[in-house]
Ligand binder design. Structure first.
Ligand code: HEC
Ligand code: HEC
Length: 379
């Protein structure tokens, strides 16, 4: 036993030594944040305006009401944001980029994980969220804790359970990186990078990510020749009827198949407002009436983004439908629509479940997940 622990002590020490040495060569010098000189005379700062492309089924995202006045999109800013989004340089051990938990092929969610795992192999408590059409959205996260994409992007970098890199160190790395120094100059005309510039660039890229060409969208657009099959069409009718009752919360008024407000959809039984495992919106507002309420998520691309719910508790869409059908749990602030109309669940027949499922599948947008404009620029 003793020998074994001495052996493991040596093995661990050698590993640590290897890691530290590897770092000496590869890791940027975080003690000197201005270790390189850039010849700015070779560069020009004259950024070009960027027009977000969106199909006619969605409102024009370039409308000034959707773009913050102090962060207009430019071709250079978007390109820089895309690089930063895909670059693990913003994580402590340089292994995890934003894209590590937001993968394009999964509609920018986390590759089927119930909850995300950060650089320290520490699991978070929430399911990664899809990223698209966020140009139209103000309150972000499952609990609305972030307002706007710039605000949101400040969070994952220093978060111990995500990328775990203090902002000062992140800035140091970028300041010692010749290509990024030039990119920040051409995008923002700056020689000293700040975290605000980093999140501005990332937010610009995120605003360009649009999904509006699902089979369902195309079936709604004259001239495409695309129509829903009978099953999906019946599912659509059920979804938008009082019988199915999904549309009260998941309608398309915000172009997301979500009213983008917060609700308790009956996931857990609790006797009082203080018994929720995760208080959700209540954690942000401090109002117990908001405990157990979560953002009503988009249903666009829903077939690609499992597992489901804020904690990833349901692996499949069949399980989600079973929840609404027979699994509704009472709590003091269950949404009144659910409590009054289907307190014990909708009791859907197998056929009805299949129809709703077919409709949900029609919300998948394959052109979006394959759009090269959103893909990894390093590949
Ligand atoms: C360790 C995995 C992980 C990493 C790395 C990560 N995210 Fe996330 N992201 C999540 C999770 C989990 C949530 C939901 C968090 C919550 O609601 O508490 C989320 C939520 C978001 C949202 C909110 C979407 C919405 O609709 O409200 C945005 C935007 C986002 N992330 C962008 C980013 C950006 C930009 C980066 C890199 C700077 C990043 N993420 C890095 C896991 C991650
Ligand atoms: C009272 C509002 C409300 C109604 C009605 C409602 N939902 Fe939801 N739905 C929500 C909320 C809130 C969540 C997220 C809950 C959470 O994670 O805590 C959700 C989550 C979902 C999810 C998982 C999404 C994801 O990304 O994890 C699916 C799928 C879904 N609902 C489909 C439906 C269908 C189908 C119906 C109709 C049978 C329906 N919903 C009715 C509010 C509602």
């Amino acid at each position: 036993m003793k020998q074994l622990s001495i052996l493991s002590f040596f093995t661990i020490s050698i590993c640590l030594l290897l890691i530290t040495n590897a770092c000496k060569e590869d890791c940027p010098d975080e003690t000197n944040c201005n270790g390189i000189t850039i010849d700015y005379t070779q560069l020009t700062y004259s950024p070009n305006p960027y027009e977000i492309e969106a199909p006619a089924t969605l409102p024009n995202p370039n409308n000034p009401r959707y773009i913050p006045e102090n962060n207009p999109l430019t071709v250079e800013g978007v390109a820089l944001g895309r690089k930063l989004f895909y670059d693990p340089i913003l994580s402590a051990d340089s292994t995890l980029a934003c894209a590590g938990c937001h993968n394009q092929s999964a509609a920018f969610t986390d590759n089927g994980k119930p909850v995300s795992v950060g650089v320290n192999k520490m699991a978070g408590t929430r399911n990664s969220m899809p990223l698209f059409n966020l140009v139209y959205v103000d309150d972000l996260f499952w609990d609305g804790a972030a307002r706007g994409l710039e605000d949101q992007a400040l969070e994952p970098v220093p978060n111990h359970k995500e990328m775990d890199l203090p902002w000062e160190d992140a800035i140091c790395r970028l300041m010692n990186h010749e290509e990024y120094r030039k990119d920040f100059y051409t995008a923002f005309g700056i020689e000293t990078i700040t975290k605000e510039d980093v999140v501005n660039a990332i937010a610009q890229f995120e605003r360009t990510i649009i999904s509006g060409e699902s089979v369902y969208d195309l079936s709604q657009t004259p001239g495409t020749g695309v129509s829903l099959d009978d099953k999906a069409r019946n599912g659509e009718l059920l979804f938008f009827s009082e019988g199915g009752d999904c549309f009260h919360c998941h309608n398309n008024s915000q172009y997301l198949f979500s009213t983008n407000t917060f609700a308790n959809n009956g996931l857990d039984f609790t006797a009082t407002l203080d018994d929720f495992e995760d208080n959700g919106l209540g954690k942000v507002t401090g109002n117990p009436e908001d405990n157990g309420k979560f953002r009503i998520p988009t249903l666009r691309n829903i077939a690609l983004t499992g597992p489901y719910m804020h904690d990833g508790r349901f692996e499949t869409l069949e399980e989600v439908l079973e929840h609404y059908s027979t699994g509704i749990q009472a709590s003091p602030n269950i949404d009144p629509i659910i409590a009054s109309k289907f307190p014990n669940g909708l009791n859907l027949t197998e056929q009805e479940k299949e129809m709703i499922l077919a409709f949900l599948y029609s919300l998948t947008d394959t052109s979006f997940v394959n759009n090269p404009a959103y893909s990894n620029p390093f590949e």
